[in-house]
Design a protein around this ligand. Structure first.
Ligand SMILES: Nc1ncnc2c1ncn2[C@@H]1O[C@H](COP(=O)(O)OP(=O)(O)OP(=O)(O)O)[C@@H](O)[C@H]1O
Length: 293
């Protein structure tokens, strides 16, 4: 498999008037990986993706998609499917007409009925876009990304507004495309989706890439947490901990299994009940909270 990046962003800057929205951003997306570009509201994710998609010109820096400039539509468009946050389909077209139009614009070939089936809109094919529900419109947006099975698929908040069954269906389709070698770039505010599926994550805040890595690389920089409550009179704890006035204890640790073992042995030796004991590894949410604080 080629190791040339599918997307190569090097010192990208983007300004809107005098507002500096993206600042010296560099990252690569490798063939076949699912790269999640995550971040706080207004971090610059959509602006960055708009440059990658060829919808917006950068102020400075270099962006290459399949080694080409994103503005080189003829080279890039047929190989890249894009699901925007809002696609802006004509409200008067039917769903079938819209999917057909997507196909002609993409430069890829596909069977409209296959795509309608893939995004579960077969029974809405004759409806006008203006008559679709929010979730149905989002599935039509998804059709723009998957039409013609492109090599690179950019998904900007693909599951926002979708019910659980539709979300699962989107991910099943994405999984199938990945099995066939597709490269995926994702933005989402549903962190568990990224935690479960991303090979690598770039965390953006205020226009810059603050952290990048696999989920485990990002989470192991923060401690895991053990919580429990203690009865009134107990011997001294065997580990450093923060105890509040109500007897609630919080232990932060980078050695969860070892420290949990120490704590449980101490509790057994002293016949102490650790009430409401909870222990868990750091989650992406915690990394995110640390970022925005
Ligand atoms: N056309 C524009 N003109 C002026 N400012 C803009 C424009 N588009 C975006 N911005 C600003 O640039 C910043 C980055 O916006 P962007 O939409 O890229 O962020 P985002 O990370 O996708 O945010 P969110 O998670 O909220 O969708 C924001 O502060 C936004 O207000």
């Amino acid at each position: 498999m080629s190791t040339t990046p599918v997307i190569d962003v090097d010192r990208l800057n983007l300004t809107y008037g005098d507002f500096h929205a993206v600042k010296d951003l560099s990252f690569e997306v490798r063939p076949g990986e699912l790269y999640a570009l995550l971040g706080t509201n207004g971090a610059g994710k959509t602006s960055t993706l708009e440059v990658v998609e060829g919808h917006r010109r950068q102020t400075s820096g270099t962006v290459r998609v399949f080694g080409q400039r994103p503005g080189d539509r003829r080279a890039v468009r047929p190989r890249m499917g894009v699901m925007l946050q809002e696609s802006g389909f004509s409200p008067d077209l039917t769903v079938r007409e819209s999917v057909g139009l997507i196909g002609r614009l993409s430069g890829r070939s596909d069977d409209v009925d296959r795509v309608l089936d893939l995004v579960d809109l077969t029974d809405r094919a004759g409806r006008r876009v203006s008559q679709l529900s929010g979730g149905e419109k989002r599935r039509l947006d998804f059709a723009t990304a998957v039409y013609g099975t492109p090599e690179l698929i950019v998904l900007d908040e693909p599951t926002t507004g979708l019910d659980i069954a539709s979300r699962d269906a989107v991910w099943t389709t994405v999984d199938r495309l990945r099995e066939n070698g597709a490269t995926i770039v994702l933005t989402t505010h549903y962190l568990e989706e990224a935690q479960q599926r991303a090979d690598r994550i770039g965390l953006m805040h205020q226009g810059t890439l603050h952290r990048e890595g696999t989920v485990s690389e990002l989470t192991r920089s923060l401690p895991a947490v053990i919580h429990f409550s203690l009865p009134v009179a107990t011997p001294t704890l065997p580990l450093p901990a923060v105890v509040d006035g109500a007897g609630k204890v919080r232990v932060e640790t980078f050695a969860l299994q070892k420290d949990l073992h120490v704590l449980l042995r101490w509790a057994q030796d002293h016949s102490v009940e650790l009430q409401g004991l909870e222990a868990g590894p750091t989650r992406l949410d915690d990394v995110f909270r640390a970022l925005s604080n």
